[in-house]
Design a protein around this ligand. Structure first.
Ligand SMILES: [Zn+2]
Length: 53
């Protein structure tokens, strides 16, 4: 299983799924800072990777 991070804004339609934790946190912090919105991050265990190596 592969862990991904689902970033969701509670105040607009901003959302994204990131495989890298730091990228998810960057997007989160950036959106909160730029738009002053409340953003949450969920860790999701994705059952099957989209691009198997
Ligand atoms: Zn927002």
């Amino acid at each position: 299983m592969e862990r991904v991070y689902h970033v969701t804004c509670h105040e607009c339609t901003f959302e994204g799924v990131f495989e890298d934790h730091r990228t998810a946190l960057d997007e989160w912090n950036e959106h909160e800072r730029d738009d002053d919105h409340r953003v949450s991050v969920l860790e999701i265990d994705r059952p099957s990777p989209r691009n198997p190596v």
